[in-house]
Write a protein that binds this ligand. Structure first.
Ligand SMILES: [Mn+2]
Length: 424
């Protein structure tokens, strides 16, 4: 299933007049609009291979049909997204769910669609069929050295797959921790984990990065061995200059000030990547920007300011990725919505008047600082995001084209209606 360039162009024709009217107004309000548009065109968000199937909860899963049955079909789905929004130009793979059997072929397929391989994700949070030792009581933290070594070897294997595909980074998320007080010696668990991470780090190619992702709770409910940004920062600081903290928006305790965390990690040069999603209560993995769009904007405000302060390129200075799972939406439509929300928040952050903000901060003028931030947040930047997408060859309204072209129906016809794609 493909959506051709010309088809997208035809759909765009109907919306161009209305778009031009809105864009001309938006552009007149922005200083250096060309610079903003270029940054929006350059900004790509990686799609995780597990987000293409319908997500579920521990209570059940309701398949939508037409979901990808293998890695090649997953790449096809991401190509569909990228054709429509021109901002999903990278794929993030999970091993062992997406072991590339023929990496040369897979690389060629991805390149055909202009897709790159972003961070590789290892999995030591569940046991695989035929696996020798169990991760029931952790992987890199485990009291048994043999289990730790098994987890280390798995991560090294993931690096090897990534090298074949042209990826340049490894994300390590550990579910390690404990469910009951006294179950673990915290210090020993930390030291075992550090030692295991060091062995993986030693196997990183020179131009690779390693991301250590933290999570406050779940699946362990008393302690997590990489439970917050402080612990992650401890690990990555001890590991070396190729190791960075990865922030997943859903992995904090309620009401955590994520924008402040982002700012300080950037200051230390230790922020490596981002997993976008949204939540109301916990790690809900809802569509980015669906619940707390102001928070998403505030985070981007710190990202843009902090990256500029370090002279980092917004597009490739950090690894941007969606990490969400959805059980009531068509996963592809949901991903289109997430990418759009991310780009809107980014565009708003680019509009913040940094000079005036710094002045107001220096004058302790809390009224003006709020006015400046909320002015940017309340600006309708959708015409700017649409213009950037049109200039890149995408659709004026991606979801409209997706539905009009009966894309899901086409995928169901091609792949069948009872599919179980790997995913969380
Ligand atoms: Mn994540």
């Amino acid at each position: 299933m493909h959506i051709e360039k010309d088809t997208i162009k035809e759909h765009n024709q109907f919306l161009l007049k209305e778009h031009k009217k809105k864009f001309d107004y938006s552009a007149s309000e922005v200083t250096d609009v060309e610079n903003v548009l270029q940054k929006l065109m350059d900004f790509q968000v990686a799609i995780p291979s597990w987000a293409l199937g319908t997500g579920g909860t521990r209570f059940g899963r309701f398949s939508i049909g037409g979901e990808p049955r293998n890695l090649e079909e997953k790449i096809n789905d991401i190509a569909l997204l990228h054709a429509l929004n021109k901002s999903s130009g990278a794929i993030s793979l999970h091993i062992p769910w997406d072991i590339p059997e023929n990496s040369t072929h897979i690389k060629t397929v991805a390149a055909q669609y202009g897709l790159k391989f972003d961070a590789m994700n290892s999995n030591t949070f569940q046991d695989q069929p035929g696996q020798q030792l169990s991760y029931k009581f952790g992987s890199m933290q485990h009291v048994d050295k043999a289990v730790r070594l098994q987890a280390v070897s798995h991560n090294i294997e993931v690096i090897k797959y990534g090298m074949e595909l042209g990826s340049k980074s490894l994300t390590v998320w550990l579910s390690d921790g404990s469910c009951f007080p006294g179950q673990l010696n915290f210090r020993k668990a930390f030291q075992n984990t550090l030692e295991s991470l060091q062995q993986v780090y030693a196997a990183l190619p020179p131009d690779w990065k390693m991301f250590v992702e933290y999570k406050a709770y779940e699946p362990n409910f008393y302690s997590m061995t990489v439970g917050d940004w402080g612990q992650s920062l401890l690990y990555v600081s001890k590991l070396g200059n190729k190791a960075f903290t990865l922030v997943d928006l859903g992995h904090h305790l309620p009401n955590a000030n994520i924008e402040q965390i982002v700012s300080l990690l950037l200051m230390e040069g230790k922020l490596g990547g981002f997993h976008f999603n949204d939540s109301k209560y916990g790690d809900d993995d809802l569509t980015a920007g669906s619940i707390k769009p102001y928070q998403l904007f505030l985070i981007f405000n710190e990202l843009a300011e902090g990256m500029d302060a370090r002279g980092m390129n917004h597009a490739d200075g950090l690894a941007w990725m969606i990490d969400a799972s959805h059980n009531v939406k068509d996963p592809l439509e949901d991903l289109l919505q997430s990418v759009e929300a991310i780009k809107i928040a980014y565009a708003q952050a680019l509009l913040v008047d940094r000079k005036k903000l710094a002045e107001a901060q220096n004058n302790n003028d809390a009224v003006t600082t709020q006015e400046i931030l909320q002015h940017a947040f309340r600006t309708d930047v959708r015409p700017l995001v649409t213009e950037a997408r049109l200039r890149a060859g995408g659709a004026a309204d991606p979801i409209h084209v997706y539905r009009k072209e009966k894309t899901r129906e086409g995928l169901i016809k091609e792949r069948g209606s009872k599919i179980f794609a790997t995913g969380l």
